[in-house]
Design a protein. Sequence first.
Length: 385
Amino acid sequence: MEDYFTGSFIEKKREFKRFLEQLIKIIPFLADQEGDIVNLHSARVALLASSLASEVLESNESLVFLAALYHDIGAVGSSVHPARVINMAEYFVDPWLSTHPIRSSQVLRKVGFMKPASNIVLEHHEWYNGGGFPFKKKASEILPEAQALRVVDTFDSIMLLTGNSNMSLKMMERTSSREYDEDLFLIFKHFVKANDIEFLWFEPEETLNITLDFIGKLKLSIDDADVFELLKVFDLKKHPANGHTKRVRDLVSLVCAEVGYIPADSLVRAVFVHEMYTLYEPFKGSYMGSVLRKELIENFSLVFQAITDLEEDPFVNEIIRAACYLDKKLYLNFAEMSIRDIVSTISQLNGRINPEILLALKKVLEEHGRAIYKEKITDTHWANG
Ligand SMILES: [Fe+2]
Ligand SMILES: [Fe+2]
Ligand SMILES: [Fe+2]
Protein backbone atom coordinates (compact mmCIF):
# COMPACT_ATOMS: atom_id res chain seq x y z
CA MET A 1 0.00 0.00 0.00
CA GLU A 2 2.76 2.38 0.98
CA ASP A 3 4.52 1.74 -2.31
CA TYR A 4 1.45 2.72 -4.17
CA PHE A 5 1.20 6.09 -2.48
CA THR A 6 4.86 7.09 -2.57
CA GLY A 7 7.04 5.28 -5.09
CA SER A 8 4.67 4.85 -7.95
CA PHE A 9 3.18 8.34 -7.87
CA ILE A 10 6.52 10.09 -7.66
CA GLU A 11 8.02 7.83 -10.29
CA LYS A 12 5.11 8.66 -12.60
CA LYS A 13 5.73 12.37 -12.13
CA ARG A 14 9.42 11.94 -12.79
CA GLU A 15 8.75 9.97 -15.91
CA PHE A 16 6.38 12.63 -17.20
CA LYS A 17 9.06 15.23 -16.62
CA ARG A 18 11.51 13.11 -18.60
CA PHE A 19 8.93 12.87 -21.36
CA LEU A 20 8.59 16.68 -21.46
CA GLU A 21 12.37 17.05 -21.60
CA GLN A 22 12.56 14.65 -24.51
CA LEU A 23 9.81 16.59 -26.30
CA ILE A 24 11.64 19.89 -25.90
CA LYS A 25 14.75 18.29 -27.33
CA ILE A 26 13.09 16.53 -30.25
CA ILE A 27 10.99 19.52 -31.41
CA PRO A 28 13.74 21.31 -33.38
CA PHE A 29 14.57 18.04 -35.17
CA LEU A 30 10.96 17.29 -36.01
CA ALA A 31 10.62 20.86 -37.28
CA ASP A 32 13.23 19.85 -39.89
CA GLN A 33 11.19 16.97 -41.29
CA GLU A 34 10.64 16.65 -44.99
CA GLY A 35 8.35 13.66 -45.42
CA ASP A 36 10.07 10.67 -43.80
CA ILE A 37 13.45 12.30 -43.37
CA VAL A 38 14.92 14.84 -40.97
CA ASN A 39 17.40 17.07 -42.80
CA LEU A 40 19.36 18.09 -39.63
CA HIS A 41 19.70 21.68 -40.88
CA SER A 42 19.13 23.14 -37.40
CA ALA A 43 21.53 20.67 -35.80
CA ARG A 44 24.40 21.60 -38.12
CA VAL A 45 23.67 25.31 -37.88
CA ALA A 46 23.60 25.03 -34.08
CA LEU A 47 26.94 23.21 -33.90
CA LEU A 48 28.71 25.56 -36.32
CA ALA A 49 27.19 28.89 -35.28
CA SER A 50 27.82 28.24 -31.59
CA SER A 51 31.44 27.33 -32.12
CA LEU A 52 32.01 30.24 -34.55
CA ALA A 53 30.35 32.77 -32.24
CA SER A 54 32.10 31.56 -29.12
CA GLU A 55 35.50 31.57 -30.87
CA VAL A 56 35.36 34.92 -32.60
CA LEU A 57 32.66 36.93 -30.84
CA GLU A 58 33.20 35.57 -27.35
CA SER A 59 29.48 34.91 -27.23
CA ASN A 60 27.81 32.53 -24.83
CA GLU A 61 28.12 29.22 -26.67
CA SER A 62 24.98 27.64 -25.23
CA LEU A 63 22.88 30.70 -25.98
CA VAL A 64 23.89 30.74 -29.65
CA PHE A 65 23.48 26.96 -29.83
CA LEU A 66 19.89 27.23 -28.58
CA ALA A 67 19.06 30.18 -30.87
CA ALA A 68 20.43 28.29 -33.86
CA LEU A 69 18.76 25.01 -32.92
CA TYR A 70 15.30 26.61 -32.87
CA HIS A 71 15.86 29.40 -35.44
CA ASP A 72 13.56 28.04 -38.16
CA ILE A 73 10.76 26.49 -36.08
CA GLY A 74 8.42 29.31 -37.12
CA ALA A 75 8.75 28.19 -40.75
CA VAL A 76 7.04 24.82 -40.15
CA GLY A 77 4.22 24.63 -42.66
CA SER A 78 5.89 26.67 -45.40
CA SER A 79 5.84 25.43 -48.98
CA VAL A 80 9.51 24.42 -48.79
CA HIS A 81 11.99 24.01 -45.97
CA PRO A 82 13.93 27.28 -45.55
CA ALA A 83 17.26 25.45 -45.96
CA ARG A 84 16.21 24.61 -49.55
CA VAL A 85 15.84 28.31 -50.42
CA ILE A 86 18.89 29.82 -52.10
CA ASN A 87 17.69 33.13 -53.57
CA MET A 88 16.20 35.97 -51.58
CA ALA A 89 13.22 36.27 -53.97
CA GLU A 90 12.12 32.69 -53.17
CA TYR A 91 11.40 33.64 -49.56
CA PHE A 92 8.73 36.04 -50.74
CA VAL A 93 6.85 33.54 -52.87
CA ASP A 94 5.29 32.22 -49.66
CA PRO A 95 4.41 34.80 -46.98
CA TRP A 96 4.70 32.08 -44.33
CA LEU A 97 8.37 31.77 -45.27
CA SER A 98 9.15 35.48 -45.35
CA THR A 99 7.65 35.98 -41.88
CA HIS A 100 9.21 32.94 -40.21
CA PRO A 101 11.88 34.83 -38.19
CA ILE A 102 9.10 36.79 -36.48
CA ARG A 103 7.09 33.66 -35.77
CA SER A 104 10.07 31.69 -34.44
CA SER A 105 10.97 34.56 -32.17
CA GLN A 106 7.41 35.09 -30.91
CA VAL A 107 7.12 31.45 -29.91
CA LEU A 108 10.53 31.40 -28.24
CA ARG A 109 9.91 34.61 -26.30
CA LYS A 110 7.20 32.83 -24.29
CA VAL A 111 9.44 29.91 -23.36
CA GLY A 112 11.40 30.67 -20.21
CA PHE A 113 14.78 29.17 -21.12
CA MET A 114 14.59 30.44 -24.73
CA LYS A 115 13.78 34.08 -24.02
CA PRO A 116 17.38 35.36 -24.27
CA ALA A 117 17.83 33.58 -27.62
CA SER A 118 14.68 34.99 -29.21
CA ASN A 119 16.28 38.29 -30.30
CA ILE A 120 19.06 36.50 -32.16
CA VAL A 121 16.46 34.37 -33.92
CA LEU A 122 14.44 37.43 -34.90
CA GLU A 123 17.36 38.85 -36.88
CA HIS A 124 18.73 35.73 -38.55
CA HIS A 125 17.72 36.87 -42.07
CA GLU A 126 18.88 40.48 -41.84
CA TRP A 127 21.65 41.44 -44.26
CA TYR A 128 24.66 43.59 -43.53
CA ASN A 129 23.69 46.06 -46.28
CA GLY A 130 20.06 46.33 -45.10
CA GLY A 131 18.74 44.11 -47.90
CA GLY A 132 17.47 41.31 -45.65
CA PHE A 133 14.18 40.76 -43.85
CA PRO A 134 11.93 41.27 -41.93
CA PHE A 135 13.16 44.67 -40.69
CA LYS A 136 15.88 45.62 -43.19
CA LYS A 137 18.26 46.28 -40.33
CA LYS A 138 21.84 46.92 -41.32
CA ALA A 139 25.42 46.66 -40.11
CA SER A 140 25.77 47.25 -36.40
CA GLU A 141 21.97 47.30 -35.91
CA ILE A 142 22.09 43.51 -36.32
CA LEU A 143 23.22 41.46 -33.32
CA PRO A 144 26.66 39.93 -33.99
CA GLU A 145 25.30 36.50 -33.02
CA ALA A 146 22.53 36.87 -35.60
CA GLN A 147 25.15 37.70 -38.22
CA ALA A 148 27.13 34.58 -37.32
CA LEU A 149 23.91 32.59 -37.57
CA ARG A 150 23.22 34.16 -41.01
CA VAL A 151 26.62 33.07 -42.38
CA VAL A 152 26.30 29.49 -41.16
CA ASP A 153 22.64 29.26 -42.21
CA THR A 154 23.51 30.19 -45.81
CA PHE A 155 26.52 27.89 -45.78
CA ASP A 156 24.37 24.91 -44.82
CA SER A 157 21.84 25.66 -47.60
CA ILE A 158 24.61 25.78 -50.19
CA MET A 159 26.38 22.70 -48.79
CA LEU A 160 23.14 20.76 -49.21
CA LEU A 161 23.31 21.76 -52.86
CA THR A 162 27.01 21.29 -53.63
CA GLY A 163 28.32 18.87 -50.98
CA ASN A 164 31.67 20.64 -51.20
CA SER A 165 32.89 23.24 -48.71
CA ASN A 166 35.30 25.06 -51.07
CA MET A 167 32.67 25.34 -53.75
CA SER A 168 30.14 26.54 -51.19
CA LEU A 169 32.46 29.28 -49.94
CA LYS A 170 33.08 30.35 -53.56
CA MET A 171 29.33 30.62 -54.18
CA MET A 172 28.89 32.64 -51.00
CA GLU A 173 31.54 35.12 -52.09
CA ARG A 174 29.22 36.47 -54.75
CA THR A 175 26.87 38.03 -52.22
CA SER A 176 29.23 38.16 -49.27
CA SER A 177 29.84 41.92 -49.18
CA ARG A 178 26.10 42.58 -49.19
CA GLU A 179 25.03 39.82 -46.83
CA TYR A 180 27.74 39.75 -44.16
CA ASP A 181 30.25 41.88 -42.39
CA GLU A 182 33.41 41.48 -44.43
CA ASP A 183 35.62 40.52 -41.50
CA LEU A 184 33.13 37.99 -40.24
CA PHE A 185 32.99 36.32 -43.64
CA LEU A 186 36.80 36.15 -43.82
CA ILE A 187 36.94 34.61 -40.37
CA PHE A 188 34.25 32.12 -41.35
CA LYS A 189 36.21 31.11 -44.47
CA HIS A 190 39.24 30.50 -42.30
CA PHE A 191 37.10 28.60 -39.80
CA VAL A 192 35.80 26.26 -42.52
CA LYS A 193 39.26 25.64 -43.93
CA ALA A 194 40.90 25.13 -40.54
CA ASN A 195 38.32 22.66 -39.24
CA ASP A 196 37.33 19.34 -40.64
CA ILE A 197 33.57 19.91 -40.89
CA GLU A 198 32.41 18.19 -44.07
CA PHE A 199 31.55 15.08 -42.08
CA LEU A 200 28.57 17.03 -40.72
CA TRP A 201 26.92 16.52 -44.11
CA PHE A 202 28.40 13.15 -45.03
CA GLU A 203 27.95 11.38 -41.70
CA PRO A 204 24.56 12.53 -40.48
CA GLU A 205 24.32 9.86 -37.75
CA GLU A 206 27.49 11.29 -36.25
CA THR A 207 26.08 14.83 -36.53
CA LEU A 208 22.95 13.68 -34.74
CA ASN A 209 24.95 12.08 -31.92
CA ILE A 210 27.15 15.13 -31.37
CA THR A 211 24.12 17.41 -31.32
CA LEU A 212 22.30 15.17 -28.86
CA ASP A 213 25.39 15.15 -26.63
CA PHE A 214 25.50 18.94 -26.69
CA ILE A 215 21.80 19.21 -25.87
CA GLY A 216 22.26 16.67 -23.08
CA LYS A 217 24.76 18.94 -21.37
CA LEU A 218 22.47 21.99 -21.38
CA LYS A 219 20.63 22.68 -18.17
CA LEU A 220 17.08 23.41 -19.28
CA SER A 221 14.43 24.14 -16.72
CA ILE A 222 11.10 23.43 -18.32
CA ASP A 223 7.45 22.81 -17.57
CA ASP A 224 4.47 21.73 -19.63
CA ALA A 225 3.52 25.35 -20.42
CA ASP A 226 6.86 25.72 -22.24
CA VAL A 227 6.21 22.54 -24.16
CA PHE A 228 2.77 23.73 -25.24
CA GLU A 229 4.26 27.03 -26.43
CA LEU A 230 6.80 25.20 -28.58
CA LEU A 231 4.20 22.76 -29.89
CA LYS A 232 2.31 25.74 -31.29
CA VAL A 233 4.71 25.71 -34.23
CA PHE A 234 3.05 22.50 -35.37
CA ASP A 235 -0.44 23.89 -34.71
CA LEU A 236 -0.01 27.35 -36.17
CA LYS A 237 -0.48 26.86 -39.87
CA LYS A 238 -2.95 24.01 -39.76
CA HIS A 239 -5.28 25.54 -37.22
CA PRO A 240 -6.52 29.11 -37.39
CA ALA A 241 -6.45 29.50 -33.62
CA ASN A 242 -3.32 28.18 -32.06
CA GLY A 243 -3.27 26.29 -28.81
CA HIS A 244 -4.94 23.30 -30.47
CA THR A 245 -2.73 20.66 -28.85
CA LYS A 246 -3.38 22.06 -25.40
CA ARG A 247 -7.16 22.08 -25.89
CA VAL A 248 -7.09 18.51 -27.22
CA ARG A 249 -5.13 17.55 -24.10
CA ASP A 250 -7.83 19.13 -21.93
CA LEU A 251 -10.65 17.40 -23.79
CA VAL A 252 -8.94 14.03 -23.81
CA SER A 253 -8.02 14.03 -20.12
CA LEU A 254 -11.60 14.86 -19.21
CA VAL A 255 -13.01 12.17 -21.51
CA CYS A 256 -10.60 9.77 -19.92
CA ALA A 257 -11.85 10.58 -16.42
CA GLU A 258 -15.42 10.21 -17.70
CA VAL A 259 -14.93 6.78 -19.27
CA GLY A 260 -12.85 5.52 -16.38
CA TYR A 261 -10.92 2.56 -17.71
CA ILE A 262 -8.49 4.21 -20.12
CA PRO A 263 -4.81 4.54 -19.08
CA ALA A 264 -4.56 8.31 -18.77
CA ASP A 265 -0.76 8.56 -18.98
CA SER A 266 -0.27 7.04 -22.38
CA LEU A 267 -3.29 8.85 -23.75
CA VAL A 268 -2.09 12.26 -22.63
CA ARG A 269 1.42 11.65 -23.91
CA ALA A 270 0.06 10.63 -27.28
CA VAL A 271 -1.81 13.95 -27.42
CA PHE A 272 1.48 15.84 -27.07
CA VAL A 273 2.89 14.17 -30.17
CA HIS A 274 -0.25 13.98 -32.31
CA GLU A 275 0.49 17.09 -34.41
CA MET A 276 4.26 16.67 -34.51
CA TYR A 277 4.23 15.56 -38.09
CA THR A 278 5.80 17.83 -40.62
CA LEU A 279 4.02 19.91 -43.19
CA TYR A 280 7.09 20.17 -45.41
CA GLU A 281 6.70 18.16 -48.59
CA PRO A 282 9.19 15.35 -49.12
CA PHE A 283 12.23 16.93 -50.77
CA LYS A 284 12.73 15.91 -54.39
CA GLY A 285 16.53 16.28 -54.49
CA SER A 286 19.42 14.78 -52.58
CA TYR A 287 18.95 13.55 -49.01
CA MET A 288 22.56 14.31 -48.14
CA GLY A 289 22.94 15.26 -44.50
CA SER A 290 19.65 13.64 -43.45
CA VAL A 291 18.56 10.83 -41.16
CA LEU A 292 15.32 8.90 -41.26
CA ARG A 293 12.58 10.21 -38.97
CA LYS A 294 12.34 6.71 -37.51
CA GLU A 295 16.05 6.65 -36.64
CA LEU A 296 15.81 10.02 -34.93
CA ILE A 297 12.82 9.09 -32.79
CA GLU A 298 14.51 5.94 -31.50
CA ASN A 299 16.87 8.22 -29.55
CA PHE A 300 13.93 9.49 -27.46
CA SER A 301 12.40 6.43 -25.82
CA LEU A 302 9.38 8.08 -24.20
CA VAL A 303 8.48 10.07 -27.32
CA PHE A 304 8.94 6.89 -29.34
CA GLN A 305 6.50 5.13 -27.00
CA ALA A 306 3.93 7.94 -27.31
CA ILE A 307 4.11 7.87 -31.12
CA THR A 308 3.76 4.09 -31.11
CA ASP A 309 0.70 4.33 -28.82
CA LEU A 310 -0.83 6.95 -31.08
CA GLU A 311 -0.24 4.96 -34.23
CA GLU A 312 -0.88 1.46 -32.97
CA ASP A 313 -3.35 1.59 -30.07
CA PRO A 314 -6.76 1.92 -31.73
CA PHE A 315 -8.36 3.21 -28.53
CA VAL A 316 -5.82 5.98 -27.98
CA ASN A 317 -5.95 6.86 -31.64
CA GLU A 318 -9.74 7.02 -31.79
CA ILE A 319 -10.16 9.29 -28.77
CA ILE A 320 -7.43 11.68 -29.89
CA ARG A 321 -8.65 11.81 -33.48
CA ALA A 322 -12.16 12.58 -32.26
CA ALA A 323 -11.05 15.44 -30.00
CA CYS A 324 -8.65 16.72 -32.67
CA TYR A 325 -11.36 16.70 -35.35
CA LEU A 326 -13.79 18.45 -33.05
CA ASP A 327 -11.37 21.21 -32.10
CA LYS A 328 -10.41 21.85 -35.73
CA LYS A 329 -14.06 21.97 -36.77
CA LEU A 330 -14.90 24.48 -34.03
CA TYR A 331 -12.19 26.85 -35.17
CA LEU A 332 -12.68 26.44 -38.91
CA ASN A 333 -16.42 26.95 -39.12
CA PHE A 334 -17.49 29.86 -36.97
CA ALA A 335 -16.01 33.04 -35.61
CA GLU A 336 -18.04 32.96 -32.42
CA MET A 337 -20.44 30.38 -31.05
CA SER A 338 -22.75 29.61 -28.19
CA ILE A 339 -22.08 26.68 -25.88
CA ARG A 340 -25.04 24.95 -27.55
CA ASP A 341 -23.35 25.29 -30.99
CA ILE A 342 -20.21 23.82 -29.52
CA VAL A 343 -21.96 20.82 -28.03
CA SER A 344 -23.92 20.19 -31.22
CA THR A 345 -20.73 19.96 -33.29
CA ILE A 346 -20.42 16.50 -31.70
CA SER A 347 -23.18 15.21 -33.96
CA GLN A 348 -20.74 15.34 -36.88
CA LEU A 349 -18.90 12.46 -35.27
CA ASN A 350 -22.02 10.27 -35.08
CA GLY A 351 -21.37 6.80 -36.44
CA ARG A 352 -17.67 7.53 -36.84
CA ILE A 353 -16.47 6.82 -33.34
CA ASN A 354 -17.40 4.55 -30.49
CA PRO A 355 -20.75 5.76 -29.04
CA GLU A 356 -19.49 5.52 -25.49
CA ILE A 357 -16.62 7.91 -26.24
CA LEU A 358 -18.98 10.17 -28.13
CA LEU A 359 -21.26 10.35 -25.12
CA ALA A 360 -18.34 11.11 -22.80
CA LEU A 361 -17.11 13.81 -25.17
CA LYS A 362 -20.56 15.38 -25.21
CA LYS A 363 -20.71 15.39 -21.43
CA VAL A 364 -17.24 16.94 -21.21
CA LEU A 365 -18.24 19.70 -23.61
CA GLU A 366 -21.44 20.41 -21.71
CA GLU A 367 -19.60 20.64 -18.42
CA HIS A 368 -16.26 22.13 -19.43
CA GLY A 369 -16.73 23.49 -22.97
CA ARG A 370 -17.27 26.96 -21.56
CA ALA A 371 -13.86 26.93 -19.90
CA ILE A 372 -11.95 25.25 -22.72
CA TYR A 373 -13.49 27.44 -25.44
CA LYS A 374 -13.88 30.64 -23.47
CA GLU A 375 -12.43 32.73 -26.32
CA LYS A 376 -15.01 31.44 -28.76
CA ILE A 377 -18.15 31.67 -26.68
CA THR A 378 -20.35 34.71 -27.02
CA ASP A 379 -23.26 33.95 -24.68
CA THR A 380 -21.48 34.36 -21.36
CA HIS A 381 -24.78 34.88 -19.55
CA TRP A 382 -25.90 31.38 -20.43
CA ALA A 383 -25.92 28.75 -17.78
CA ASN A 384 -25.32 25.14 -18.75
CA GLY A 385 -26.25 25.39 -22.43
FE1 LIG B 1 15.48 31.00 -41.44
FE1 LIG C 1 17.83 28.15 -41.39
FE1 LIG D 1 -4.93 17.71 -33.78
